[in-house]
Design a protein around this ligand. Structure first.
Ligand SMILES: [Zn+2]
Length: 548
């Protein structure tokens, strides 16, 4: 990957405001932070030195002297020693995962391993682990496009260990026979709407699963994972997020039924704020629209349950529903063309139904839209069901939005759509294959709100670097400040929570992170190594590196 540091000129535009603090109320603060460099994401006061917290919210923010003067005898004081502080990250698109206990992940340190190396690694794990251990590995185009790698090839390695090869995007899997059984998949199974169990010429399952078939299989395995184990896995992921400085996580709940997610998260309890978003599967007869109905919207102060996410298409790297091997290998292809041709998952009638359900249930709608055809189809469906007058304030989300080519952007803006992009995806492609796909700069210039989520390993600093550099389409890179705002303020907007979070301003939640290095000035290549020294949620320390 090539890195192109961008101008740091915008830094000069950030003023250190000398004015006194803006105070929301007059209680004594429980906590005061001083001597920091606070990036507030609040246009009214972009920079500050000190911040006071009362009742879990920002009481005052401003210069050291005036904020320090608010301290009472019981106020805890932290000297930030010049460290950069930002609002806590809000990862707007994450998947909290639950897997069978003891599952082993083979890591070949490659985005695109070859089959001989992968095969050898799988055999090593098979030898090393007890019978029945689930062994998983991520694969790229080389193995996925090799049609000799199928259920039988994996069965030849072991029929006593479930083996799952999962494409990097998570939209396709190759399973051996025990792994099919683990998800309750039999030869009699029928394809779910928008998903496929691939079969050979005789009609026998090849072990390849696509789209909603993957969603259903992952759910089936999570469903039989006991609560105690599932809670342990969730807790580990939430603590990892806190360690990164993520204070809000918007979870696309495909692994867990929202009722179960809500119950388990409340019982852990979660250190950070979690929004549980319904992400139901499908059956042969349609989308499971009943899932998650009746779940309490605020089971605990840190948990909120709302919104529904569907796929409108798949991923250009694997072309979704085409039989494996009939799709051009993207490594030599023009990614824009693949994006332009990516077929939608559902007929247009389903998009219209999603919009009707969202309006009648007052439920925020999130749609995975990667290709151009699905983006165009959803824009058409919104325009023909009320247009901007009906939709501009509904903040319908396009998750990814890779195929928002220039002709679609004014319509996207007019309909009030929020694009939630995942900068990690910018790094997966080869060189110089993008001209139009994965826009960010163009969207921001057109006034389309862009929020960020990781949709994978949750390192926000790596995602920031990729958003700033946009390594394969440099003209779409954005400034550090814009990237930070996308990950905080706009992610809050994307969940209708900008009144409570996303900026550090009086009255907002005291959700913030103290950083090991100043990500507004550190050389870009070092940005991913940034660490949280202290992560606060509602003024409470949820991660402390013990360096302050
Ligand atoms: Zn996702």
């Amino acid at each position: 990957m090539r890195l192109f540091p961008r101008s740091l000129g915008l830094l000069a535009a950030l003023q250190l405001l000398p004015a006194g603090p803006v105070t929301a109320a007059a209680p004594t603060p429980e906590l005061i932070l001083t001597h920091g460099r606070i990036f507030t994401a609040d246009p009214a006061r972009p920079e500050a030195q000190a911040l006071a917290v009362a009742d879990g919210r920002v009481l005052a923010i401003g210069d050291d002297q005036t904020v320090a003067a608010l301290a009472g005898p019981a106020t805890r004081k932290i000297d930030l020693k010049g460290h950069r502080v930002i609002p806590g990250f809000n990862d707007a698109h994450y998947h909290l995962s639950v897997e069978p206990r003891g599952a082993v992940q083979v890591d070949l340190q490659s985005l695109d391993p070859g089959w001989p190396a992968l095969r050898a690694a799988l055999l090593r794990e098979i030898k090393r682990t007890p019978t029945g251990t689930l062994i998983e590995a991520d694969i790229g185009a080389t193995v996925f496009n090799d049609r000799s790698v199928d259920r039988d090839a994996l069965d030849a390695l072991s029929t006593r260990h479930p083996l799952i090869l999962s494409t990097l995007t998570g939209h396709a899997e190759i399973r051996n026979t025990p792994a099919l059984a683990l998800a309750g998949i039999t030869e009699q199974i029928r394809d779910p709407l928008g998903g496929r169990y691939e079969r050979d010429v005789r009609g026998r399952l090849t072990g390849v699963l696509r789209e909603y078939a993957v969603i259903d299989a992952d759910r089936a395995m999570a469903d039989v994972t006991p609560d105690a184990e599932a809670s342990r896995q969730l807790g580990r992921q939430l603590n990892e997020a806190a360690r990164y400085g993520i204070t809000s996580l918007q979870d696309m709940s495909n692994y867990l039924d929202p009722a179960r997610a809500s119950r388990l998260l409340a019982g852990i309890p979660t250190p950070i704020r979690v929004r549980v978003i319904r992400m139901p599967g499908t059956t042969p007869s349609g989308r499971n629209i009943a899932e998650g109905r009746g779940v309490a919207p605020h089971p605990t102060p840190l948990i909120i349950v709302n919104g529904t996410k569907w796929f409108a298409d798949g991923v250009a790297l694997e072309s979704t529903m085409l039989p494996r091997g009939t799709h051009p290998d993207w490594r030599g292809a023009n990614f824009d063309e693949l994006v332009r041709e990516l077929p939608p998952t559902f007929p247009d009638s389903e998009l219209g139904a999603m919009l009707r359900e969202s309006r009648s249930d007052h439920e925020p709608l999130m749609v995975h839209v990667s290709g151009y055809p699905a983006a165009a189809a959803l824009l058409r469906a919104m325009e023909s069901s009320g247009g901007p007058a009906a939709w501009a304030d509904k903040r319908v989300r396009f998750e990814h939005g890779d195929g928002l080519f220039p002709d679609l952007i004014p319509r996207t803006k007019a309909l009030g759509i929020v694009v939630v992009q995942n900068p990690l995806h910018f790094a997966v492609l080869g060189e110089d294959v993008l001209k139009l796909s994965q826009p960010v700069r163009t969207l921001l210039d057109a006034g389309v709100p862009v929020a960020f989520g990781s949709d994978g390993p949750p390192n926000p600093y790596l995602n920031l670097m990729l958003a700033i550099t946009h390594p394969h389409q440099h003209s779409q890179g954005i400034t550090r400040e814009e990237a930070l705002i996308a990950y905080t303020r706009t992610s809050a907007y994307a969940e209708f929570a900008e009144g409570d979070k996303g900026t550090l301003a009086p009255g907002k939640y005291a959700d913030l992170v103290v950083l090991s290095q100043d990500l507004l000035t550190v050389p870009l290549a070092q940005l991913p190594a940034t660490k949280s020294l202290l992560t606060l949620v509602g003024g409470r320390v949820v991660y402390d590196a013990r360096q302050l």
